[in-house]
Design a protein around this ligand. Structure first.
Ligand code: AMP
Ligand code: ZN
Ligand code: FE
Ligand code: FE
Length: 281
């Protein structure tokens, strides 16, 4: 079974989606509406380095839709980005709150640093405006890409990443080092369950094995970037390493990649996740 069956028990869940609190296009309330429209029974709200969208999502959902509170923590190892999902964290955890505030201020400094480089190569953007437009949420390269697009310096967001913002782009500034092991630890000390996000096809088993040895609890098996053979590989690896298998669409909004609910995960995945997190109901 490469893809989850489409209607097992009728209840479908999607454990990976972004809102305007990071680089998603929809507000938490609009994301919840989209979840109703596509008919999923539970929605994971997993913004990059932020949990601030969760209260609004819960308020919009009421008792009609189950919200799975989450986060997608950015980290890196040897120059490659590694994302670690966290579920059911204690939002009042002091160390978590402090670390997320630090990420936010590091991200703002990085916007200024990248804007300076963009100015130096003749494609200026206003860092202050980028930050203001990102709103209450976490600012990132996608917001700089939008600014480049508005200014007519690039033809698309993809073009912006290729020429300027990606690791080989002239304006690229890496984020301060934060390892996947630190991300796992941050999630665990806040009482959450850590899940390696979209490992993709290029991450060696050895890396995943070492993260499992560091306490990683789960693996995102179903993801738009994972072809059926990749899904099968990760199902086997999760079983071998005793990791929870999760999945989701990594929804960022209309016209941005996969639609919400495109990687419907069986409801039993969520039941297992909740048991691991000690969450009832
Ligand atoms: P940041 O967290 O600021 O480093 O930005 C990383 C985010 O940019 C990723 O999580 C993706 O959502 C987005 N991103 C990365 N590469 C691209 C690309 N080529 N095109 C569009 N978005 C991208
Ligand atoms: Zn994103
Ligand atoms: Fe990611
Ligand atoms: Fe994501």
């Amino acid at each position: 079974m490469a893809l989850p069956p489409r209607n097992e028990g009728g209840r479908r869940v999607d454990l990976h989606a972004h809102t305007t609190y990071s680089d998603g296009l929809l507000s938490p309330a609009d994301l919840v509406q989209r979840a109703f429209d596509v008919g999923i029974a539970a929605l994971g709200v997993t913004d990059h380095d932020s949990i601030d969208g969760i209260p609004e999502a819960r308020a919009a959902a009421g008792s009609r839709l189950e919200i799975v509170p989450g986060i997608e923590v950015s980290s890196s190892r040897g120059g490659s980005e590694i994302h670690v999902l966290g579920y059911y964290l204690d939002s009042e955890n002091a160390a978590l709150k402090q670390r997320l505030a630090e990420f936010q201020s590091e991200r703002r400094s990085r916007v200024y640093a990248m804007a300076e480089r963009l100015g130096a190569v003749g494609v200026p953007v206003d860092a202050e405006e980028v930050i203001v437009r990102a709103g209450a949420g976490v600012v990132g390269r996608p917001h700089i890409a939008e600014a480049l697009l508005r200014a007519g310096h690039v033809t698309s967001v993809d073009d912006a990443f290729r020429r300027y913002l990606g690791p080989n782009g002239v304006a690229y500034v890496p984020r301060p080092r934060f390892t996947p092991e630190s991300a796992i630890e941050l999630i665990h000390q806040a009482g959450g369950i850590s899940v390696l996000a979209h490992p993709g096809s290029s991450m060696p088993d050895l890396v995943i094995e070492s993260l499992a040895a560091s306490g990683l609890r789960g693996l995102e098996v179903w993801h738009p970037q994972h072809t059926p053979p990749v899904v099968r590989r990760f199902q086997a690896l999760a079983a071998r390493l005793g990791l929870l298998a999760t999945g989701g669409s990594d929804y960022h909004g209309p016209g941005r990649g996969a639609d919400l609910g495109d990687r419907p995960v069986p409801a039993r995945v969520l039941e297992t996740l909740k048991r691991a997190a000690g969450v009832s109901g």
